[in-house]
Design a protein around this ligand. Sequence first.
Ligand code: UDX
Ligand code: UDX
Length: 454
Amino acid sequence: MRITMIGAGYVGLVSGACFSDFGHEVVIVDTNEDRVKGLERGEIPIYEPGLDELVARNREEGRLSFTTSLAAAMPRSEAVFIAVGTPARRGDGFADLTYVYGAAEEIARTLSDPCIVVCKSTVPIGTNREVLRRIRAARPDATIDVASNPEFLREGSAIGDFKRPDRVVVGAESDRARDVMRKLYRPLSLNETPILFTGLETAELIKYAANAFLATKITFINEIADLCEAVGANVQEVARGIGLDRRIGPKFLHAGPGYGGSCFPKDTLALVHTARAAGAPTRIVETVVAVNEARKKAMAERIVEELGGSVAGKAIAVLGVTFKPNTDDMRDAPSLAILPALAAAGARIRAHDPEGMEEAAKLIGGVEWCDGPYHAAEGSDALVIITEWDAYRALDITRLRRLMQGTAFFDLRNIYKSAEVEACGFRHFGVGLGRPGGVAAVPDPAAAPRAGFG
Ligand code: UDX
Ligand code: UDX
């Protein structure tokens, strides 16, 4: 099949490259000329494992190409995908649909009849129907269908997620649209991936509900982590203890500094606003959003507290600034709340990240960017691991201790065992690692609640 993908961001690039790998002929269109020129030279604008090789191979075999011109891409396209950004609008938090509707208008101008318009961008409920209405109004002559096909790609494992998904969700209202979508995803039927056909609004809501549920799961375990610290329990064991119950499941129960990224923060907010506007508020999700925001800020406060109430003039080594490993994406990363707060309190930040330093430097000022974890540690009073990159999982702790001036080891992802770190002379602060009997077993009910590490 011949398809057009609008948007060469994370979603458009990965989806386009994977569809071409399925054997389809894919043209990816992006308004950003530099990005398209770079892609034509084989330069991948994002860090996603395996994507460079996938793009190169499919370009060589003639199934994948890039252009800035939708008009050039559209002829003979059986389906056109919209994969442009839907950032949260400043001020009100609603998803900004300027790019989506802009793409719809351009599709109306250039489409070849008949055409299926497939929305991959995460859009508020009702958007697909509005896209259809706008295109039909502009082109009453043409046979047009719309399908909602939300993505569930995780950055860092996006290609695997695309090729081996738990399910494919397709909102569509005609047999023609369902047939085209079935043909596009045919290679997945070999491993019996369920394709769930629904209406447009249902497909749109599935995406938001999935992300909000996962964000809730993370936020739930984060609050349990705080409780663990207060009562001397261990959150990793609690997570395992509840996760073995198949009704709960073991995934997304890692306590940490709060969720970030391009989807959870934006999509939970969008769901909250949609639900309020529809007169059916989602109070659980509203609370999740507020608790997660507060948590990111509280992380910096707890670091200051554990360092004796002041970090003025102290050097803090920070390992990992991206919102999670295997990406250079900084969107809503916890580091964006933690680093400026520490700097504002007078700390000198010496940070390292395997892939994210270039992006991060644009967003966080006054940081000394270092060549590696040991370089960052030199002369530091404290070490803070914010992102659990593999490169930080087997650090030489003795060497770190020798290089550092202080002994505080903040491990916001619980990648080390306290005993191992403490044997090298550090004080280990994980998340939710209460010490049995070490903290008041029966906490003072009057004590102020706190978010942080134990
Ligand atoms: C975005 C959204 O954030 C996500 O919620 C949605 O599910 C899919 O789209 P992502 O692919 O990461 O995810 O967006 P981004 O990295 O911002 O890429 C968008 C691309 O579209 C950019 O390359 C941009 O230049 C391009 N674009 C944007 C167009 O080609 N045309 C436009 O009109 C607007
Ligand atoms: C997410 C969804 O998983 C994906 O299905 C959707 O399409 C886009 O949003 P992504 O944002 O790439 O993917 O990353 P994910 O692995 O889900 O992590 C999101 C955030 O939650 C990260 O900041 C991560 O550190 C955090 N997280 C995740 C936790 O703190 N604990 C966990 O147990 C899992």
